[in-house]
Ligand binder design. Sequence first.
Ligand SMILES: Cc1ncc(COP(=O)(O)O)c(C=O)c1O
Length: 327
Amino acid sequence: MNFLSKRLSLGIFPTPIESMREVSKELGVNLFLKRDDLDEFLGSGNKVRKLEFLLYEAKNESCDVVLTAGGMQSNHCRATAYFSKRLGMDVELFLFGQSEMQGNLLIDKLLGANVHSITHEEYDHIMDVMSERANELKNSGKRPYIIPPGGSNATGLLGYAKMVEELKVWEERNTSFDYVVCATGTAGTIGGLELGKQIYEDDFKVLGINVTKINASQLEEKMKNLMKDFNTKYGTNFKLEVPKVVDGYVGQDYAVPSDEDFKVIREVALKEHVILDPVYTAKAFKGMEDLIKRGEIPQNSNVLFIHTGGTFGIFAFANQLKDYMEG
Ligand SMILES: Cc1ncc(COP(=O)(O)O)c(C=O)c1O
């Protein structure tokens, strides 16, 4: 398993695991929070774990420019820009959508990332778009390294596979988790958890809450392909097990928070003094609460919710959030 050691040290690990006492009492489970939002000063969350392996590969291949893609306010793109620059590499970001110069986009620009504004249509075949640009860069003597959206490929899976080691250590000293729940976007986090379960022989159930417009079966298919790619790349034979992904929590659209999501952010801030983000973790938290209320996660279970970061995203919604703070 020497693929697990092919990484840089970018974040502060292990991240803490905290009990969510108030919410546990209300829901009748033992709810814990994995504070991956604390793994690095800019709150890069789940991206740091993936980038430790991806940027190791980039440096190992003597690359000098990193290309990746996402929405204008992508946490992944900002984290990639930050760490790539710190490691002495240039960065080219391919971002779709509109945004004011604030939040993650502001940081991308501050860091000197080269930002290409792209259409949704271009994003639909983003790997071709980035390959084309990589060829141009190669022709001008550069050594490009392409990271897919969300850092979710065979190498990126290793981030959350390795995180399971932290859970094993915690479980040996405390209690075992019955369920591990996370937001699911590009499926590298949940896919990595499933891989980690096999590597470290743990048996918690993994549940993903879909926060995207594609449906759960498409995400499950994607996870299967990621696992296949992993086996091909590393010559392993891990089972193509696919954790359950739950639909119904994206709301109007990806990255568009609903009233319910703002309410969850406010309630969790008041009860547990933890700030969820409006694009991923608030939606996933709501999904997890409903699974518990419906009995799909049984009473008295030990449940670990992963705070995958993105907290800075609340600043873009300050006006809407204000409505939940009055009275
Ligand atoms: C804060 C946050 N949480 C969760 C996710 C979803 O993780 P994944 O894309 O690995 O499914 C992302 C990124 O996509 C994210 O930025």
